[in-house]
Ligand binder design. Structure first.
Ligand SMILES: [Zn+2]
Length: 279
């Protein structure tokens, strides 16, 4: 696991095991707020170890940016913490998270010890604020990667933990391409120092405009490819031929997952396009 200090009392963690997924910690004088957990128990436990032993406080609140397993399944390793999320995050964890965790527990020994911890506090519209020490955190909806997506702004530092609304490769299979476009535009207008992506590296101030442009262009391109594919007899081949780079993205690492995420994006948009034509 990589760890970095982003600003005073703000830390960032990145998995070396799964898809460069990230988490964050904001430290106050008596307790800390954790933003997301990492994919595997051992990595969430090493965050806890760092917060409790090197900083010397406990995590009192966990904010889940969305319900996907790689961001939420470590909630159970902070038994004293209250979990905050979007109302839909709680609903999706209950309806989809619990059964998929049951399966994972049976099939993968690494997940034997995980338990589902559902959010205690939820919100849906508007924003929510949480004060930790001298920092004000604003939680705001940023859907598109999933319907329940939220971001967390550390106001004093202009640092945004964007969850998967901002990724090196936008991923919309469980969400909506229009919604994520709106969310990315909203993020681009926030005047940020850093964007902490849900996966991948931190985007620094000087890199934000280019990253926003590239993500928006990618979204436009994949929609075009999916649309064209509906008019081709060999649709799957056409999509395979239009790889990540042809759609305007290069050097995306994501633990080797980029190619797979990209083709899933195309297939999902293609299915949507076909449905529209069938109507
Ligand atoms: Zn994720």
């Amino acid at each position: 696991m990589h760890r970095e200090r982003v600003s005073e009392n703000v830390y960032w963690f990145q998995s070396e095991i799964y898809a460069q997924v990230t988490a964050g910690v904001i430290v106050g004088p008596q307790w800390a707020v954790l933003i997301d957990t990492l994919a595997l128990p051992e990595e969430s436990l090493s965050i806890r170890d760092f917060v409790e032993h090197e900083i010397g406080v406990e995590v009192r609140y966990i904010i889940n940016t969305h319900y996907h397993a790689d961001h939420t399944w470590g909630n159970c390793f902070f038994p004293g913490a209250m979990v905050i999320a979007h109302e839909l995050c709680r609903k999706f964890l209950e309806e989809r998270g619990i059964p998929s965790m049951e399966t994972a527990r049976r099939q993968n020994p690494a997940f034997k010890q995980v338990k589902m911890v559902l959010p205690h506090f939820t919100f849906s519209g508007g924003t929510m604020n949480l004060r930790v020490g001298k920092k004000n955190l604003t939680l705001l909806p940023t859907p598109g990667h999933s319907l329940d997506g939220i971001s967390v702004l550390v106001e004093e530092d202009r640092v945004l933990f964007a969850g998967d609304a901002f990724m090196p490769l936008p991923y919309i299979v469980d969400g909506d391409a229009d919604d994520i476009t709106t969310s990315i535009r909203k993020i681009s207008r926030m005047g940020l120092e850093n964007i902490i992506q849900g996966h991948g590296d931190i985007v620094l101030r000087g890199e934000i405009d280019a990253a926003v442009k590239e993500n928006l262009l990618y979204l436009t391109n994949i929609r075009k490819v999916a649309k064209t594919a509906t008019r081709r007899r060999e649709a799957e081949d056409y999509m395979e031929d239009n790889g990540v780079e042809a759609c305007g993205k290069s050097r995306v690492y994501l633990g080797g997952l980029a190619k797979e995420l990209h083709i899933r994006n195309l297939r999902s948009l293609y299915q949507q396009e076909k449905k529209i034509h069938e109507k």
